[in-house]
Ligand binder design. Structure first.
Ligand code: F6P
Length: 464
């Protein structure tokens, strides 16, 4: 593609706003996604000359690129499937995600061997493809907003190609503490930090993750240099959620869910992508402990757990999903009765059903081992019909904003989580409703469009 040098605002992320599927008749169909970046980009308006650079992820996406099918404002990069798999599955999701979420079982992993080095070379190639595309597309002095751990090397690479650009990088994940980050090979750790520090501005979801990055930069890269660090706590989109959660398909799902739950029972709701970091298994163990230790809840509560597929190319994710299912079945076998299923588990993604569960929630359980923000914690209090109680891990980014009105837990402590579930289920209705109101207000303080605009404005202001 010929360099256009016309875009004034560029976003770069691994997953883009659109994906393609090849139908049986050979035709391509497009599916659009949502999320904070989509709202943000639509808020800046068409006159901003915005471009979203993303990677082709599927065969359908690659076919679309090959046929020249695309959307205005989106450039999809046809990175070869094997290079993408090494960069995305091998490095980003199996190493960087693990480092930032503290997920290794350290007696046996990580092992940084020749295979890792081979995958790392693909991560470099993949980052370079983004940097080159951004360099081609950006107008003089344009603002480039690079997203996430997939693209840590892009700011540094792009800075070399186009010193005129204003470059930011935003981490949607936590950042690792110094002692965990230093597990990475020294040269790789240095390269990652150099890549990030090529940006004019780095954004994080909470002060805690921003401080962790600064500590790593200080320990291994001689400090932040000229790079500014900012905190932007992405909030829930209240208007969208309130309207969407009353649509006909959600009402329909409510009827179905009510049948599964049974009349007069309380609900403990969780909705997650099945990430290892979400701690779904310990959540189930805590619920089992609640039933064991507080028999008054037998027949009177249902745990509605939605664990949607994520990153199923990775065996460890598939195994984790199987473990979630196994433990849920075990609980149902141990405690269930003909009229009561203690755990209602669904693993097929259904957004309308998620919203239906939010509306019915008496208690929301959000207990990640570590999480950049966790938007579910912010969404349920906004949507729940009666105002829910929130059991929240102190290791979720959302804790910084919601901690005061949540019942907080150490995510590893199953006994404490069981006690927190009991406390949440027995909160006096007035207290629960008041807390939920305050939770919803805090959760929606920075809606997605404003979250994006704040970052863009802060980046542009650096020149002034
Ligand atoms: O939730 C953190 C996050 O890094 C998001 O920014 C990003 O959209 C997602 O995880 C990546 O997930 P996936 O591997 O499904 O693209």
């Amino acid at each position: 593609m010929a360099p256009s040098h016309t875009a004034h605002v560029l976003v770069a992320s691994n997953r883009g706003p659109v994906s393609y599927e090849v139908q049986e008749n050979g035709e391509l169909t497009a599916k659009r996604g949502g999320g904070g970046l989509v709202s943000g980009l639509s808020a800046i308006g068409p006159e901003a000359d915005a471009l979203w650079v993303c990677s082709a992820l599927s065969d359908g996406d690659r076919e679309a690129v090959a046929q020249g099918v695309g959307e205005d404002g989106v450039r999809m990069l046809a990175i070869p499937a094997d290079v993408h798999a090494d960069a995305y599955n091998g490095v980003a999701n199996s190493v960087l995600w693990f480092v930032h979420h503290l997920l290794y079982q350290t007696p046996l992993e990580p092992v940084f061997d020749a295979e890792f080095r081979r995958q790392w070379a693909s991560y470099e190639t993949y980052n370079r493809a983004f940097a080159e595309a951004l360099a081609e597309e950006a107008a003089e002095g344009a603002a480039v907003l690079v997203q996430d751990y997939h693209l840590c090397l892009v700011p540094g690479m792009l800075r070399e190609l186009r010193p005129d650009l204003r470059i930011s990088h935003f981490s949607h994940t936590p950042w690792a503490p110094v002692d965990y980050f230093r597990m990475l090979p020294d040269d790789i750790a240095a390269q990652l930090l150099r890549g990030m520090l090529g940006a004019d501005r780095l954004g994080f979801l909470t002060r805690r993750w921003a401080d962790a990055f600064t500590a790593c930069a200080t320990a291994f890269a001689g400090g932040l240099g000229d790079t500014q660090v900012g905190v932007h706590g992405l909030g829930a989109d209240a208007d969208f959620l309130r309207e969407r959660s009353h649509a006909a398909d959600v009402e329909e799902r409510i009827v179905g869910l009510r049948e599964e739950i049974g009349a007069g029972r309380k609900t403990v709701v969780r909705v997650d992508r099945t990430e290892l970091s979400k701690n779904i298994v310990r959540g189930l163990l805590a619920y089992r402990r609640l039933l064991e230790s507080r028999p008054e809840w037998l027949e009177r509560v249902v745990h509605v757990a939605f664990a949607y597929p994520s990153r199923q190319d990775l065996a460890v994710y598939r195994d984790y999903t199987a473990e979630v299912q196994r433990v849920a079945e075990e609980i149902n076998e141990a405690f269930g009765t003909p009229g009561w299923t203690p755990v209602v588990l669904h693993v097929k993604d259904d957004f309308a059903r998620s919203l239906a569960a939010y509306r019915l929630a008496d208690v929301a359980l959000v207990n990640p081992i570590r999480d950049g923000m966790n938007l579910v914690a912010k969404e349920v209090p906004v949507v729940s019909d009666e105002g829910c109680a929130l059991v929240l891990s102190r290791e979720a980014g959302a804790y910084e904003e919601l901690g005061e009105d949540a019942i907080t837990v150490n995510p590893y402590d199953v006994e404490q989580t069981a006690a927190a579930l009991h406390e949440a289920l027995t909160l006096p209705p007035h207290d629960r409703a008041e807390r939920a109101k305050r939770l919803a207000a805090a959760a929606t303080a920075l809606p997605p469009a404003q979250w994006f605009l704040d970052q863009l404005n802060a980046l542009k202001a650096l020149d002034a």
